[in-house]
Design a protein around this ligand. Structure first.
Ligand code: NAD
Ligand code: 6OD
Length: 496
């Protein structure tokens, strides 16, 4: 059910770090947390200095030796299920905290962000029992019959660095497998969205997670919590979701000590619509993939290639879908479209809107800022926007915008659509729309991405591998795939 008003979030008026089972403050000046729907300051956040980060890492390191290490897999799975229940028990508070940080519509927070935040813990509770180990009998002259088997141990202290677009969902997507496989974590949520991660500290405590297993430090990237955390020598591995450029900086920090990384990075995803598709479904699917969460989804479609016979009809129907989106108060039932996360991000997106005009785009719809009531006038709003007519070398087609916009271009041949989709340094996701299953398999195999959806988008089975190719990521998480990153694999060889 979608809640229609916010419960009080008194405990989140000042946002503190969560370390070793306690909320703690730090000496640096607090920074403002703003509601993107109004632009108003809604909370003050403590910023971690190097000492606070060291305290969190130390707590996580000590917790590796405590009761967490001796829990059976079944007992850990029970704890994870209690975490899922704990989020659900405080569902309205989590929804309200996520809305306050992001401005997203209540319908979205209550149907996607918070339910997935809870489900992530259940899925990885299941994985504890599902993860098998390999075994080999040697067949070499010196070791005939020797038994080899894999033994997985936790990596240790994992740094979890998160973005702002789906805060609880993306954070728990990493924290759940880290805990499931026996690690401890220090989480740094985005400076834009500190609230739900902070609230999760209480849920951890109430669910009986031992002190020090889950820690949270707040702050920014460079010269702040992010940098201190990734450079801390006692962090054993770093999992990060965010911009490719930030991933480069984090990889440099991880190089010291040769620590493993798992990265989910940016994208410039292409959608391909063939003339034989169900056009209504394709329009609805592409509209969702371009405009959900105001386009602030890494898997979103910013480049659409449509087979020429249906191009005009597709563009006209996509325009109708974009214009049906209703911006407004996140708590209003009629609202289906939220603001961007910050004034800085809005300026970036509007910069691309201007660039599209400079590069000769035809604006099918949008391109500016919507008219809204006075109460929302200070928020970070832009219109859902569709362009046609841009050259393929325009920055609008090459670079990730991360806003509610897409460019639609016609194509004539399947190989041409594939080549244009692949002409990107990124390789995160694609969505393919066709009624021809043979073609669907062929095209899904030819697009160089980590996730290929056919006649759907963002349809997630959490047991499957998730991640990006090329500059969209390193490694795969999801289901048992996370074992590679969240555990160390030792081979035990016994001569019999
Ligand atoms: P960002 O890279 O700016 O920030 C992400 C996190 O990194 C924040 O917590 C930030 O404080 C921290 N950070 C920044 N600089 C750092 C540094 N030098 N050292 C350590 N930490 C640092 O990304 P964002 O703007 O929060 O999120 C949007 C980006 O995330 C987009 O590029 C989007 O595509 C990507 N994203 C990818 C996925 C995926 O699954 N592939 C999912 C969501 C978002
Ligand atoms: O669904 C997920 O598990 C996932 N990591 C989604 C990423 C969305 C990007 O914004």
């Amino acid at each position: 059910m979608t809640p229609t008003s916010s419960p009080p979030l008194a405990d989140l008026a000042v946002i503190r770090h969560f370390i070793d089972g306690r909320y703690v403050e730090s000496p640096r000046p607090l920074f403002d947390n703003r509601d993107p729907a109004t632009g108003k300051v809604v909370a003050q956040v403590h910023e971690a200095d190097a000492a606070i980060v060291a305290h969190a890492v130390d707590a996580a390191r000590r917790a590796l030796q405590g009761p967490w290490a001796t829990l059976s897999g079944q007992a850990r799975a029970k704890v994870l299920r209690r975490l899922a229940d704990g989020i659900r028990d405080r569902f309205d508070e989590f929804v309200a905290a996520e809305i306050r940080d992001t401005g997203k519509p209540a319908s979205l927070a209550s149907h996607l962000d918070i339910p997935r935040g809870a489900a992530n813990f259940e899925v990885f509770a299941d994985q504890i029992a599902a993860s098998a180990t390999e075994a080999f009998r040697s067949d070499t002259p010196d070791g005939r019959g020797a038994l080899n088997y894999g033994l997985r141990t936790p990596r240790g202290v994992i740094a979890v660095i998160c973005p702002w677009n789906l805060p609880l969902l993306l954070m728990t997507w990493k924290v759940a497998p880290a805990l499931a496989f026996g690690n401890t974590v220090v989480v740094k949520p985005s400076e834009e969205t500190p609230s739900t991660t902070t609230l999760l500290g209480e849920v951890m405590r109430d669910a009986g997670v031992p002190d020090g297993v889950f820690n949270v430090v707040h702050g920014f990237g460079p010269d702040s919590a992010g940098q201190y955390l990734t450079e801390h020598p006692d962090v054993d591995a770093i999992t990060f979701t965010g911009e490719t450029r930030t991933g480069t900086a984090i990889m440099q920090a991880a190089a010291v000590g040769v620590r493993p990384v798992s990265f989910e990075l940016g994208g410039k995803n292409a959608g391909i619509v063939f003339a034989d598709c169900d056009l209504d479904a394709a329009v609805a699917g592409i509209a969702r993939s371009a405009f959900l969460n105001s386009g602030q989804v890494c898997l979103g479609t910013e480049r659409v290639y449509v087979e020429r016979p249906v191009f005009e009809a597709f563009v006209s129907r996509l325009k109708t879908a974009a214009e049906a989106l209703v911006p407004g108060d996140p708590w209003a039932e009629s609202t289906s479209f939220g603001p961007l996360i910050s004034s800085r991000h809005r300026d970036k997106v509007l910069g691309y809107y201007a660039r599209a005009l400079d590069d000769g785009a035809t604006v099918v719809t949008g391109g500016g800022v919507p008219q809204l009531p006075d109460a929302l006038a200070g928020g970070y709003w832009v219109q859902p926007t569709i362009w046609t007519g841009l050259p393929e070398d325009s920055a609008v087609i090459r670079e990730e915008i991360f806003g509610p916009c897409c460019h639609v271009a016609p194509f004539d041949r399947e190989d041409e659509a594939i080549a244009r989709a692949n002409a990107s340094p990124y390789g995160l996701a694609t969505t393919i729309w066709t009624g021809d299953l043979t073609r669907a398999h062929r095209v899904a195999a030819a697009i160089e991405v980590g996730v290929a959806w056919v006649n759907c988008w963002f349809l997630r089975d959490l047991r499957t591998a998730f991640g990006g190719a090329r500059q969209s990521g390193i490694g795969r998480e999801g289901g048992v795939h996370g074992l590679e990153f969240y555990t160390e694999l030792r081979n035990v060889c016994i001569k019999l």
